[in-house]
Design a binder for this molecule. Structure first.
Ligand code: GUN
Length: 294
């Protein structure tokens, strides 16, 4: 039986509509307009595309969007000064510094300078630590999206065997913590793990986030398992063009999985949408309002 295709595009659109509804409500009832500031340093074309999409979607949800573009040779001090200004700006409830930063800038120091209450990327050690401690926290957007997609297939993840392949700060590690908070049984695998296919073959839920094109094969997957593909890899085609593929060999794995996310159109659309969710949550928390219903 062919797998159910998890339509990230449609699920993200539905979530965006609910975020827009909540934004309208906090504006009307509390005079609060959630605001997101995105900082882009340099002119990496992929980052420019992401930032434009964040700007458009933030405005479409009824929030204020503040874009700050800085040259690649901006000094660490100048970038820290901008973050300090955004930390103090009452119209800004979320701050995202687009990564990766150009060489010469110290990412850790920049991320650590963001007010944890406005850290909508969930990368500040304050939020990462709270998440690891099972406390409420702003959580990284891509892992949040992965959990939401998983829950469209399984109402509860409790007791399920989940395998996360990848241990990055942006995806793998926070995803493990979110899965633990859902009471899943979690295994963390990575590029150095031995017998990876044996590990994944036991899983009810497989999350592939290693950045290796089509690495996860059909015989790695237990029949009926749910497969969430976080990979975005551009590979050359025979015609001399490029093609977008995930970390999962989609065609063959979809013949055995119970449910699977496509690339593109799976996890990708959820990431920016979860950024909107985090900005709304941050705005409500800063204003002392109850958490929004999204
Ligand atoms: N670059 C690619 N993904 C992300 C993300 O989720 N957050 C930030 N800040 N930069 C990114």
């Amino acid at each position: 039986m062919a797998a159910q295709i998890i339509d990230g595009k449609a699920i993200a659109a539905d979530l965006r509509a609910r975020v827009a509804g909540e934004v309208e409500r906090v504006k009307r009832d509390h005079g609060l307009t959630p605001g997101l500031a995105v900082v882009l340093v340099g002119n990496d074309p992929a980052s420019e595309v992401y930032v434009r999409s964040k700007h458009t979607q933030t405005q479409a949800a009824g929030m204020a969007s503040f874009e700050h573009k800085l040259p690649a040779d901006v000094s660490q001090d100048a970038l820290l000064a901008l973050i300090g200004k955004l930390n103090r700006d009452p119209a800004v409830h979320g701050i995202l510094v687009q990564l990766p930063l150009p060489k010469g800038l110290v990412t850790e120091a920049i991320v650590n300078a963001i007010d944890p209450a406005k850290d909508v990327d969930g990368l500040h050690p304050h939020n990462a630590g709270r998440l690891a401690g099972g406390l409420s926290a702003l959580s990284p957007c891509t892992p949040l999206g992965c959990i939401i997609l998983s829950k469209t297939v399984h109402a509860s993840l409790e007791g399920m065997n989940a395998v996360v392949i990848g241990r990055s700060n942006l995806v793998g590690r926070p995803l493990v913590q979110l899965l633990l908070n859902e009471n899943a049984t979690v295994t963390i695998a990575h590029s150095r793990s031995r017998n990876l296919p044996e590990i994944t073959a036991r899983a009810d839920l497989v999350y592939a986030a290693v950045g290796r094109p089509e690495m996860v094969k059909r015989d790695w997957i237990k029949p009926g398992a749910t497969v969430i593909d976080v990979g975005i890899n551009r590979i050359p085609t025979a015609e001399g063009k490029t093609r977008l593929v995930g970390d999962v060999a989609f065609a063959e794995v979809s013949e055995v999985a119970g449910a699977i996310t496509p690339v593109p159109g799976g996890v990708g659309p959820m990431t920016v949408t979860c950024l909107l969710v985090n900005t709304l949550r941050a705005a409500c928390a800063i204003a002392g309002l109850p958490a929004p219903a999204v």
